[in-house]
Design a protein around this ligand. Structure first.
Ligand code: SF4
Length: 392
């Protein structure tokens, strides 16, 4: 069997190579320190608060709603330890923690099987190491693996269903809790207050193992480390060393299609433009955050010939009962006629009610109800272009 320099590979190492070989080279081969940014330190601070909070609940045998006051003290300590700054981000952190406590609801500490659990998986000639944020007992056949995420953007369904990280966690959970016939997996999206859930089939797990072994061999034998622009570039620690990122920010395309009848060329340029646009958009968000922080103190800025100030957008919501009561006598229409004409159900609120019901009511009843609601729902479809990289 081939001997590799590193036969112990962390998941984060493999993931970095997969995401961008150049950033892997910077970190693991050239061992550059990289710049730590607010987004990374913010994520670390939030993770440490949630970890500590749940560990304290376990050590104190506390079952119930997690204590918000204690959570906010922990957040202050983590904020200082990470050297974070900025009142807006501080407030966002507090809200993220409060949202987590609300979304968690009642925590029965006896149902938490592990927090920050280390795992080791044998994959061909490698041992893959990693840590799982939290694992919960669901029932006598099921565990749930939770990975906290502080991302601004939600994952697509496809990303959740194909996440290599979640596949490895599923394998690890099966090894650590062999009695569990079923492993539920979730990214807990802390900024959004929702969980993106999925599961894996045996075929998917076998494919993940084969893929990880191949990825391990690639990291150990690679001689070239090309930059791979991706949505994480704006948060990459190695941006200052990366020419590809610099060119993307300036809107420079390495390839421009000269013949629109050549579909391969069209697709090649389209993918580059899409990546550059995403990076430019994320950079604009980053620059906006800096300007907004200054506008909080100064009210108005005039910079490089442009005037900046904040303004409030207004969202109007009409309460259903009071609105229909007021309209009824004037329009001469019945309550039902007005509901049919004006009322729509907020899909997000309905979704969260169904989730709550799922935890309280018989599962088959909830599924029947969902099917009935879906049958009555009106669906509109609009065409959208979908694109995903494939290995040829
Ligand atoms: S900025 Fe993007 S392309 Fe450059 S090293 Fe980082 S992840 Fe790779």
């Amino acid at each position: 069997m081939t001997q590799f320099r590193n036969d112990h590979l962390s998941f984060s190492r493999l993931a970095l190579f997969e995401q961008c070989p150049l950033s892997y080279r910077f970190k693991y081969i050239e061992k550059l320190a990289g710049e730590s940014n607010n987004a990374m330190r913010f994520g670390k601070a939030i993770h440490s608060v949630l970890e500590q909070l749940v560990l304290e609940a376990i050590s104190e045998e506390h079952s119930g709603v997690l204590p918000e006051a204690r959570a906010l003290v922990l957040f202050k300590e983590a904020w200082v330890a990470e050297g974070l700054s900025g009142i807006e981000l501080f407030q966002e952190g507090r809200e993220t923690i409060q949202r987590f406590i609300h979304e968690q609801g009642v925590l029965d500490e006896r149902n938490v099987l592990a927090v920050e659990k280390e795992f080791r998986l044998s994959v061909g000639p490698f041992t893959v190491l990693g840590f799982i944020d939290r694992v919960d007992y669901v029932d006598d056949e099921t565990v749930q693996v939770i990975d906290y995420k502080s991302n601004h953007q939600l994952f697509t369904r496809d990303e959740v269903d194909n996440s290599l990280q979640l596949s490895l966690y599923a394998l690890a959970a099966r090894k650590l809790w062999p009695w569990a016939k079923k492993v539920k997996l979730c990214f807990w999206m802390l900024r959004h207050g929702l969980r993106q859930e999925t599961e894996r089939t045996q075929e998917q797990l076998d494919a993940a193992l084969a893929y990880v072994e191949m990825l391990g061999q690639q990291t150990e034998t690679a001689t070239s480390f090309p930059a791979r622009l991706n949505t994480n570039c704006p948060y990459c620690s190695f941006r200052p060393f990366c020419d590809a990122y610099d060119r993307a920010l300036k809107g420079t395309l390495d390839y421009v299609c000269s013949d629109l009848a050549d579909l391969d060329a069209v697709a090649k340029e389209r993918e580059q433009v899409a990546k550059v646009a995403k990076i430019a958009y994320a950079r604009k968000e980053e620059l906006d955050r800096v300007l907004k922080a200054h506008l909080k103190e100064q009210g108005e800025l005039v910079l490089s010939g442009v005037k900046y100030r904040m303004f409030n957008t207004t969202k109007v919501e009409y309460p259903l009962a009071a609105t229909l009561e007021a309209l009824g006598p004037v329009t001469g229409k019945s309550w039902n006629e007005l509901v049919a004409e004006l009322a729509v159900i907020d899909p997000k609120a309905l979704d969260s009610l169904m989730k709550k019901l799922g935890g309280e009511t018989d599962r088959s009843r909830v599924l029947l109800l969902k099917a009935e609601l879906d049958a009555n729902a009106t669906k509109t479809h609009s065409p959208r272009l979908w694109a995903k990289e494939v290995t040829l």
